[in-house]
Structure formats: C-alpha cells, structure tokens
Design a binder for this molecule. Structure first.
Ligand code: FAD
Length: 419
C-alpha cells in the first residue's frame, strides 16, 4: 500500500464522498454547516463540477444556449476546505486498509467513506450499444448529445412512459418535433402515480399531439451498423429518426459489491445510512434503506430523498445519529404539465385500512389535487398544476394532520385551516 499524503503529514484520514450528485453535495453542505467540511474529498467521475440534474430532461434539452446549472459555485468548495476531484472515477475500495483507488491511479486514505454513486440508465436486451441515434439520459454528456440530435431531428420515439420518458417527449414536442411514446404497460407512470393522475397526463400529452401507444411491445429492432432504422411494435414497422430509452434506472453498486458490502437493488443501509460495514455509508439513488419505523427497505429516486438522506448521513458522521424517516416527495415538469407527489400511495391490501381518494379541483383554474386516505388518515397527495394546494397538503402530511374528505373535495374550503 503506497504511503498517502495525509498519513505522511500525520493528519487523520478524511471523510471521502464518492459521487458529486445531489446527495453527495448536500452531504458536504450539511458537514460544512456543522463546521466539519475541512479536508473532505468529493470524488466525481464526471468532468463538470456538480450540477442540477432535473433540467437535463426539461429546459436544458430545449435550448442549446443553456449551460449546466452548478449546484454550488466552485469557490464554495474551496472556501469550505472541500477538495473536489472531478473527472476521476473511484474504482476500488480497500476496506482492510481503508483506502480508495481512483481511475487516475491515486490512492486516498479515508476514515469514513460515503457512497453517493446514484444510478445508471437501464438499457434493453436486443438493442445494440453504440447506435448513433439511440439515447439514454442520466448525465450532462447524455443530455448534450440528445440536445444536439433533437435540434436536427424531425421525429422522436420514446420507449417508456415514465417520468424521464414523458419529460423528454414533452420537451421534444415543444420544439415542434413529431413524438411518439411506446409504453408496455396499460397506462403511463404505472410505477409512481395513481391511475387517475396517469390518465390526466395521458389526456394532456395526446392533446399536445404526442402519439401514445399503451400496452405496446417492441418485438424487434431494425438497424444497420450505425443507426436504428425502425422498431417493430405489435407487428407494425415504425420508422425511427431519434430514439430515447426511458425504461428506468439501476443503482450504481459495482464499487460496493466488489468491496463485499451487502447489496440488493441498492447498497443495503440501516436507518442511519450505514452499510454492512459501519464505516461506509450510502445515500441517494444508490441506497436501499430500512427506515426508522422498521418498514420495508426502500430505494427512492428523487431530489428530496437524496437531500434528506444526506442530512441524516451527516448527523451519523458527526456522531449524532437521527434515523431516516422517509417523507417521499417528487415533482415532474412535462411541458405545461407540472405533477407533484408527496407521501406514499396506499397499497390497500387485505388487512389494510380501506383506501379512499378525493379529487380537489383548484378554484378558478384547471389544476387539481388528489388526496389519498388510508382509513381516515391522509397518506398521499398528488397534484397537477396546483402548486399552492400541494404545498399546504404536503405540510399537512409532514405534520401527520389530516383533513376531512368532504372538506378536501370543496375548493372553497381552505386547506390552511387544517394545519
Ligand atoms: C434527467 C433527469 C431528470 C430528473 N428530474 C427530476 C425531477 O424533476 N424531480 C426529482 O425529484 N428528481 C428528478 N430526477 C432524479 C434525481 O435527479 C435523482 O434522484 C438525484 O439526482 C439523485 O441524487 P444522487 O446524488 O443519489 O445521484 P446522482 O445525482 O445521479 O449523482 C451521482 C453521481 O455519482 C457519480 N458516480 C457514480 N459512480 C462513481 C464513481 N465510482 N466514482 C466517481 N463518481 C461516481 C455519477 O457520475 C454522478 O455524477 C431526475 C433525474 C434525471 C436523470
């Protein structure tokens, strides 16, 4: 094991954070707020300083003049004594010697390691890698490539009617492209929102001129050496100009797996975000966490989750553990449609309290919220173009309050009054 600079200088090894995404940067910020960021190293495999990911499928895609939106200015890291190691991938964890090997060959000692490696876009079997008009979207480099292609395209085919697929479809439609979405399931957004909200999104996108095929399966891909020419869907040949795969993401766990940490659709962590090796934590999209209330292990892909877990991890590192209690929350902008979700949709299985959903129209607008109850308790709120109502309903959820369903359905009644 080569001697490392901090060891040589007699200083204790630092905390290292692997992954400069929303979780990694929020963790550094929480440590900085506690005056504990000096010496922290943030390792990022991307070439850019950490940036906002959500715009990549929205405004960034539509406007070639837009730059990446940095999460923090570069001097912010400097001023807090944080060393930003961009463009270098963490490739191997040595748990015995507590060191981390980077792609550049550097070996860094650590006292505690935090994995914030995010997720990668899922690909589909049978579709060759490297076709120039096939895209996935996860990172800035993907978005730049797709943006350039869309600027010169006539048509876009999107495989997958989830959030990313629909955001990209809506962006391309706003750019005047012909757009079709191919979704295997019988409805859009089937993993994440209620059927009623999904149906609203379907009506919206069709009204914008997006062709949506539901329950549709790609049975073959027709391509030459360089380009995908067409997809065969339910026996029909659909010619392709550009194609985006929006079929979900897989947690980036290779580093953790190679180091022998317990993994299973994410790095498995306890409510304080500690992995099976308590000196190594995992947060954000890459972590599957058993929450404090002992509920089922959960892996969430959202900014809110990344930031909440980062704060919990900082508390753990600072020796003041505050177990994670998930308050799931997500938003998605699909052209003129803004969807927001807070809480978890009740499953409504046998033995569960009965599930009831109430629609609350927005007074004087075309937006609405759906309030979902398990028994009498408000457990989830979904909104379409109703940001104020959503914000108040979310506060109710966070405070564990509820609002009588009859009152919730009446837009003249103020949700405020139940806070
Ligand atoms: C296009 C797009 C739009 C989105 N829109 C929304 C939205 O509107 N609302 C919302 O709530 N969420 C949205 N999300 C999800 C949200 O961005 C993620 O949940 C969030 O970024 C997760 O944060 P993270 O830090 O866990 O992972 P990431 O932000 O993905 O960051 C992980 C970082 O770690 C790096 N990394 C991985 N492995 C290594 C390694 N071995 N060495 C060094 N670096 C490594 C990755 O390259 C990446 O930079 C969107 C996601 C995408 C891709």
């Amino acid at each position: 094991m080569p001697e490392t600079s901090t060891a040589a200088a007699g200083r204790p090894p630092p905390i290292i954070v692997v992954g400069g995404g929303h979780a990694g940067v929020q963790l550094v910020a929480a440590l900085a707020d506690a005056g504990a960021s000096a010496g922290v190293q943030l390792v990022c495999d991307e070439l850019w300083a950490p940036y906002q990911r959500p715009p990549l499928s929205k405004q960034f895609l539509r406007d070639e003049r837009l730059d990446l939106n940095p999460l923090r200015p570069e001097r912010w890291y400097l001023e807090r004594g944080v060393e930003l190691l961009a463009g270098d991938e963490a490739v191997q964890i040595d748990r015995q010697h507590r060191s981390l090997r980077l792609g550049s060959g550097r070996v860094l000692p650590w006292s505690r390691l935090v994995l914030a490696t995010g997720a990668r876009a899922r690909r589909l079997p049978g579709l060759h890698d490297g076709l120039e008009n096939v895209h996935t979207l996860r990172q800035a480099a993907d978005a730049q490539r797709l943006r350039h292609a869309l600027a010169h395209a006539d048509e876009l085919t999107v495989i997958g009617g989830g959030f990313i697929g629909l955001e990209v479809a809506a962006s391309a439609r706003l750019m005047g492209r012909r757009v079709r979405v191919i979704e295997t399931r019988a409805r859009l957004l089937s993993r994440s929102v209620s059927p009623a909200l999904a149906d609203h999104a379907l009506q919206h996108h069709r009204a914008q001129g997006i062709e949506v095929h539901l329950g549709a399966v790609v049975s073959a891909w027709e391509h030459d050496e360089h380009r995908l020419q067409a997809v065969i869907v339910d026996g029909r040949r659909l010619p392709v100009d550009q194609l985006v795969l929006g079929v979900g993401a897989l947690p980036r766990t290779q580093l953790a797996q190679d180091a022998g940490l317990a993994c299973g659709d994410g790095v498995l962590v306890d409510a304080c975000l500690r992995s099976s090796d308590p000196a190594i934590l995992a947060i954000g999209d890459c972590a599957r966490c058993t929450p404090a209330d002992g509920g089922s292990p959960l892996r969430l892909e959202s900014i809110q989750n990344a930031q909440d877990q980062a704060r919990v991890a900082a508390a753990t590192l600072l020796g003041d553990p505050r177990p994670y209690r998930p308050q799931p929350s997500f938003w998605s902008e699909q052209g003129a449609l803004r969807l927001q979700m807070s809480g978890l949709l009740p499953a409504g299985g046998t033995g569960e309290p009965p599930v009831r959903s109430v629609r609350r129209p927005l007074a004087g607008g075309d937006g609405f919220s759906l309030l979902h109850y398990a028994g009498d308790q408000l457990v989830c709120v979904e909104s379409a173009n109703a940001p104020m109502d959503h914000m108040i309903a979310r506060k109710l959820l966070e405070a564990g309050r509820t609002v009588a369903p009859q009152a919730a359905a009446d837009p003249r009644q103020r949700l405020h009054d139940w806070l």
